[in-house]
Design a binder for this molecule. Sequence first.
Ligand SMILES: [Zn+2]
Ligand SMILES: [Zn+2]
Length: 256
Amino acid sequence: MIKFKKFFVDTFFPRKLTCNFCGREVFGDVAVCEDCKNSLPYNDGFCCFRCGRKTPIATEACESCSGREWFVDKARSAFNYDKPVSYAIHRFKYDNGRFLGEFFADYLYPLYMKDLPACDCVIPVPISKERMKDRGFNQSELLAKGVSEKTGIPLYSDVVYKSKETERQVGLNARERMINLAGSFSVKNGNKIKGKTALLIDDVLTTGATSNYIAKILKKHGAEEVYLLTIASAGRKERIKTPDGVVGEKEKSVFK
Ligand SMILES: [Zn+2]
Ligand SMILES: [Zn+2]
C-alpha cells in the first residue's frame, strides 16, 4: 500500500513540480514555491564568525563558541534550523529524499562563493557503515558532491571516516563532547590534505562538536585551514534528538 502510494505520488506529483519545502505545486525549474522562497528561515543576518550560527549582533564568537577550543576557521550555514527547512532536511535524511542533496547544494554554493576563501578540497562528514547500510547514502556526501560539481573543487570522500559509533551527545557539555568523540572519526590518506585548505560539509550544525572534532584531526594531519558549510544551524538552546541520536529538532515529516 505504501509502495503504491509512493508510486502514485512520484508519478502524478513529480518532485520538480512540487515545492521541496511545503509540497505545494510549483511551475518552472526551481522546486520552491513563492511563499516559501519569501519566508524561509534564511541565516542572512548576523552570525557567529566561528560556528555560523545566527546571532543577535555581529560577533567573533557566540556564547557556544567563546572559551571553547575551536578548530574550524570559519563556518557558514544557509538557514536556521526551523520549519520548513527542518522538515525538508528530515525528508532528505529519513524519507528517501536523496534528490534533495543537489537541491540543498544549490544553497551552499553561493554561500561558499560569497563568504569563504578558496578551498582545495571538499570533505563530507562521514556516517558509520551501519547507518550507510540502513540509509543507502551519506547525506553530507551528496551535499559535498553537489558543491564539488558546482565549484570544480575536488571531492575527497576517502579522507575522513567514522571509525566507531558515537555515544549519545545529549546532555554533555562541549568538553565532554570532545572526549566522547575521541576516536570516533579518523583520517586516512592523510597525505592528500597536507598543506591544504579543506571545505568540510555537514547537513546540520547543532552543537558543532562533530565538525570541530573533524577539523581538529584534519589539522593534526596537516590541513592548513578548515572551513565548514552546513544547510542549517540550530539555535543554541535547542535540545532535540533526531533518529541519528544527535541533537536536533524532532519533528514529523510533513511529507509522510
Ligand atoms: Zn513551498
Ligand atoms: Zn559560534
